[in-house]
Design a binder for this molecule. Structure first.
Ligand code: AP5
Ligand code: ZN
Length: 214
């Protein structure tokens, strides 16, 4: 099962991708997480990516496409994967399709988690991310057991640098300009499925399970 998560920043792609990966036992591949890990480790890729991410801009296609194409060709992706945050531009989607076609594969589902812009800033300002394991919480909708401490690894929880309101607004503009056209792209290829992302996290997941099958 090869799944792509679509949706605005903060729509809940990461939250749902983790649940999908767990239920269907497939890898969760988040380009945002890959970049954040590279930033944390001070790699060249991380340094380059950070200059774009901090401004709410997309990292250039050439820095992300090969990375994902190599990742989905690995052995643990044989039975599928859930891509979270990729593709984000039409050229990325075309590169992915071309690479999959060479392997005799194709995208099975593109799941669009639909949340209106009005809800997004509120969600992002309440999001907290773990500096240790990358787990995501929300101070109101999904709070940790102890304030600012990760339930999983005990490390500190922080507000992501790009979750400041002014950067979130920029990310939303970039989303509408560059990523939303993918909804048409995947509608045309017949794999688009939309779910209402404004309801409770568990209800969003149940809607996705209905699409993917139990
Ligand atoms: P990335 O990390 O992918 O950020 P994003 O797409 O902006 O998405 P987010 O991680 O912010 O949100 P999400 O939809 O996963 O929501 P979440 O589940 O956390 O990318 C970051 C940056 O990296 C980009 O700006 C770009 O610069 C770069 N980048 C990454 N991929 C790239 C690519 N392919 N090409 C170029 N550049 C790339 O949920 C949000 C909050 O809401 C959480 O607190 C959560 O607990 C809460 N929540 C979730 N669901 C619900 C619900 N149903 N009800 C209430 N609260 C909820
Ligand atoms: Zn953690």
């Amino acid at each position: 099962m090869k799944i792509i998560m679509l949706g605005a920043p903060g729509a809940g792609k990461g939250t749902q991708a983790k649940k999908i990966a767990e239920k269907y036992q497939i890898p969760h591949i988040s380009t945002g997480d890959i970049f954040r890990a590279n930033i944390k480790n001070g790699t060249e890729l991380g340094k380059k990516a950070k200059t774009y991410m901090d401004q709410g801009l997309l990292v250039p296609d050439e820095l992300v496409v090969d990375l994902v194409v190599d990742r989905v060709a690995q052995d643990d992706c044989e039975n599928g994967y859930v891509l979270d945050g990729f593709p984000r531009t039409i050229p990325q989607a075309e590169s992915l399709d071309a690479a999959l076609a060479k392997m005799g594969q194709k995208v099975d589902y593109a799941i669009d988690v639909d949340v209106p812009d009005e809800n997004i800033v509120n969600r992002m300002s309440g999001r907290r991310a773990c500096v240790g394991c990358g787990a995501t919480y929300h101070i109101k909708y999904n709070p940790p057991k102890t304030e600012d401490v990760c339930d999983i690894c005990g490390e500190k929880l922080i507000l992501r640098d790009d979750d400041k309101p002014e950067t979130v607004l920029k990310r939303l503009t970039v989303y509408h300009d560059q990523t939303q056209p993918l909804i048409d792209y995947y509608t045309k290829s017949g794999v688009l499925k939309q779910v209402d992302g404004t309801v409770d996290m568990e209800d969003v997941f149940q809607a996705i399970v209905k699409i993917l099958g139990a």
